[in-house]
Structures are given as structure tokens and as C-alpha cells.
Design a binder for this molecule. Structure first.
Ligand SMILES: CC(C)(COP(=O)(O)OP(=O)(O)OC[C@H]1O[C@@H](n2cnc3c(N)ncnc32)[C@H](O)[C@@H]1OP(=O)(O)O)[C@@H](O)C(=O)NCCC(=O)NCCS
Length: 186
């Protein structure tokens, strides 16, 4: 297979800036989490498409935690960059900041990692270009993505080992400490 030319991280860096309008709000009048997820996915996909020079789809999204609520009227900036490339997959980190336009106060609401794969016109997996790391920040992100990948794999292995032959009857006493009740007899 012919190796595609490497592309620098800066080539595909993507920024989306969006005003938070009332139709984005939830019942509390703050921004609905799903709206933000959709914007983050859009930024990640645009960034991945630029790096790979073609169509990419989201395979999984690593843990998403919102540290601060976002209010209607704030300006949200989503900064996406390729953190890591595998063979056909890549990891795009998306940092989200919300700015109050009157006070200028800036909140870092979350950073989330999107795992995507590159596809060709027939929907087959396609090799992605190598990533040219331009500074130590790029090296840190690439290294952290590798470690995150290892941890995820290990977590999956541990979870499968722990749940594979689980004896639910023996687990029942643990539920007594939890906020649930059984509505049936065993
Ligand atoms: C992702 C998908 C291609 C994996 O198919 P597969 O036959 O298991 O392919 P592979 O095991 O060869 O994995 C392909 C790549 O995806 C990566 N991958 C697969 N599952 C992954 C996951 N859960 N998280 C991160 N990366 C993943 C693999 O590590 C591999 O990367 P590499 O080529 O860089 O080493 C397939 O499940 C798919 O097409 N899913 C639908 C994606 C989609 O349509 N998303 C849009 C949302 S509707």
C-alpha cells in the first residue's frame, strides 16, 4: 500500500464558534447537553475529514462530563485537533469554552475525545495519513491518547472478567445498600 504523505496537526485544526440561542435550551433555560454533543461531533468530524482528506464516521466517544452549565446568550467555541492516528482510525480532542459576551468571563466546560474511522467511497475502511507532531504539546496529546487507549482496553478486559460468570443471587445483598427495591419474588 502506498503511504500517504504525513499531515501536521495544525493543518486540520478546526474551530467552530456558535451563539447559544433560546431554541437550544432545556427546561431549566440552559443549553441542552445533546445540542452540545452534536456540535462537538460536527467539529470532530470536520477536523478528521480535513486530516484524512475524505469521509469519516464516529465510532465512539470517550467519557463526556460537563463541568459547568452553558447559558442562552453565551458564545461557545469548540476547538478540535487530531490527537492520535492509528491505521484506519484517529482520535480528535474537542475542547469546549463558553464566553459570557457581557462580562467576558470564559468557562472551560469540557474536553472530550472522539474516535473516528476513515471510509472510502464504497464505505470500506481507509488508511489515514500519519500525523506530523509540531511541538511538545502535540507529543503530549499523542502520548496521552495512547495511554487512554490502553486504559480503555484494560477496563474492558477487567469488566468482562468480572461480569462473565456473575452470580446475581450472590450480588443481591450489595443492592441493599443501593437506592433500589425488588418488585418481584426470587
Ligand atoms: C467502527 C467499525 C468500522 C469497526 O469495524 P471492525 O470490523 O470492528 O473494524 P476493526 O476492528 O478493523 O477496527 C477498525 C479501526 O477502528 C478502531 N475501533 C474499532 N472499535 C473502536 C472503538 N470502540 N473505539 C475506538 N476505536 C475503535 C480499531 O482500533 C481500528 O483502528 P486502526 O485501524 O487504527 O487500528 C464498525 O463498527 C462501523 O462501521 N461502525 C459504524 C460507525 C458509524 O457508522 N458511525 C456513525 C454513527 S451512526
Amino acid at each position: 500500500m502506498i503511504e500517504l504523505p504525513s499531515k501536521p496537526v495544525s493543518y486540520s485544526r478546526t474551530i467552530i464558534t456558535e451563539l447559544m440561542i433560546p431554541s437550544y435550551s432545556n427546561f431549566e433555560g440552559r443549553i441542552h447537553g445533546g445540542i452540545l454533543l452534536s456540535l462537538m461531533d460536527k467539529a470532530a468530524t470536520a477536523c478528521a475529514a480535513k486530516h484524512t482528506g475524505g469521509y469519516c464516521v464516529t465510532v465512539s466517544v470517550d467519557e463526556v462530563s460537563f463541568f459547568h452549565p452553558i447559558e442562552v446568550g453565551e458564545i461557545v467555541t469548540l476547538m478540535a485537533s487530531v490527537n492520535y492516528v492509528g491505521n484506519t482510525s484517529l482520535v480528535v480532542g474537542v475542547k469546549v469554552e463558553a464566553e459570557n459576551i457581557k462580562t467576558g468571563v470564559l468557562k472551560h466546560t469540557n474536553t472530550t475525545y472522539f474516535n473516528l474511522v476513515a471510509k472510502d467511497e464504497l464505505g470500506r475502511l481507509r488508511q489515514v495519513p500519519r500525523l506530523l507532531l509540531e511541538n511538545m504539546e502535540d507529543v503530549r496529546r499523542f502520548t496521552e491518547a495512547m495511554i487512554r487507549r490502553e486504559f480503555k482496553l484494560q477496563t474492558e478486559v477487567n469488566f468482562t472478567a468480572k461480569t462473565k460468570n456473575i452470580d446475581l443471587i450472590r450480588e443481591l445483598p450489595k443492592l441493599k445498600k443501593e437506592r433500589c427495591e425488588l418488585s418481584f419474588d426470587i
